[in-house]
Design a protein around this ligand. Structure first.
Ligand code: 3JN
Length: 332
């Protein structure tokens, strides 16, 4: 794009919305006009950004009557379902962080390190995957390209920030002995809850099915067998994942490790002799995905285990969306 784009951040007062702004500033994302939008509840609040004070405006059917080139949405599925098509019709390209459009065949589902070629196929809406899926894809794509992935078993250990400010409050208060249970049906302090998002008829949670379905779409391969158990743990920031993978082809562990170390967006932290492996607190505030505990699964042919950690609000949401927007600038 020759001129600087006009940007809108929808859901600007939320946890991810605020991180959109932080990441845009850090990466010196160019813009001419910036519009901050939110629901009627938060409209009118002031946000200071890059030396200017912005008043958050209410998101309405007319919000996109003014020229907006790129709209970063993190305002929930219902809001996105209603307003993304309006924004797109008026000429904006929406990068949406909710699950509303992810499995729509007309909507690219993008992790820039993995399938950037999909961005150019957009029809006005691009979906940001679920946070747990994003970090897994950054680690698994190089393995799928080189060895072919036959089966994946995901087990996640997800931070309370994934539930937003309520989740953070539940853990903060719970650690003081006051179990609020405003975000979860049980106390989160001292517990691991095998329950993220709602339960479905097949016995899985929606979060688990998001991981399964989005993996197929992003790797563009429905033949991969995938199962998942997603767990909320008493950690503030960063999701951790145990990923067990069965590959099609045999591999040398040293070669596989070197392949991961050379992959974009991925950092290998794997020195058990020094007690070094990826940790949630180390990943917090970072944009990379960290992988360690890389070891052979001796129980199957061509099996490997990985421990994958990333900041769920940054790479799992805001950073990934801004990286998509950066690629959009190249083609707009
Ligand atoms: O719980 C987490 O760690 C991630 C939560 C993601 C989430 C929460 C509420 C609604 C999503 C998502 O991104 O899939 C949604 C949704 O848009 O469905």
């Amino acid at each position: 794009m020759k001129r600087k784009p006009n940007l809108a951040v929808v859901g600007a007062t939320g946890l991810v919305g605020g991180t959109f702004l932080k990441v845009l500033a850090e990466r010196n994302f160019p813009y001419e006009q910036l519009y901050l939008m939110a629901s009627a509840n938060s409209a009118g609040s002031k946000i200071e950004f890059q030396g200017r004070e912005y008043t958050v405006e209410e998101l309405t059917e007319h919000s996109f009557d003014k020229p907006v080139d790129i709209a970063l949405f993190s305002a929930g599925g219902g809001t996105s379902e209603k307003f993304s098509p309006i924004a797109a019709k008026k000429g904006a390209v929406v990068v949406d962080n909710s699950s509303a459009w992810r499995m729509d065949a007309n909507v690219p589902l993008v992790v820039p390190e993995v399938n950037p070629q999909e961005i150019a196929k957009h029809k006005g809406i691009i979906a940001n995957p679920n946070c747990s899926t994003i970090q897994a894809m950054v680690a698994l794509k190089p393995l799928h390209d080189r060895y072919g992935i036959k089966r994946i078993v995901y087990s996640t250990y997800q931070a309370v920030s994934g539930t937003g400010l309520k989740g953070i409050r539940d853990l903060e208060e719970g650690l003081k002995g006051n179990d609020l249970k405003i975000a979860y049906p049980h106390a989160i302090a001292g517990n691991c809850l095998p329950h993220i998002d709602v339960f479905l008829e097949n016995g899985y949670t929606k979060e688990e099915m998001k991981m399964i379905n989005e993996t197929h779409k992003i790797l563009d391969d429905d033949r991969i067998a995938v199962t998942a158990t997603t767990v909320r743990v008493p950690v503030f920031d960063s999701h951790s994942e145990s990923i067990n993978v069965e590959l099609e082809k045999p591999f040398e562990l040293a070669e596989l490790r070197a392949l991961l170390a050379a992959s974009p967006g991925l950092v290998v932290v794997d020195d058990p002799a020094k007690n070094e492996y990826p940790l949630a607190r180390d990943a917090a505030g970072r944009d990379e995905v960290f992988v360690g505990r890389i070891r052979r699964d001796f129980s199957v042919e061509n099996g490997v285990n990985l421990w994958v950690v990333a900041d769920n609000i940054r790479k799992g949401a805001a950073t990934n969306a801004v990286q998509i927007a950066e690629k959009l600038l190249e083609i707009l």
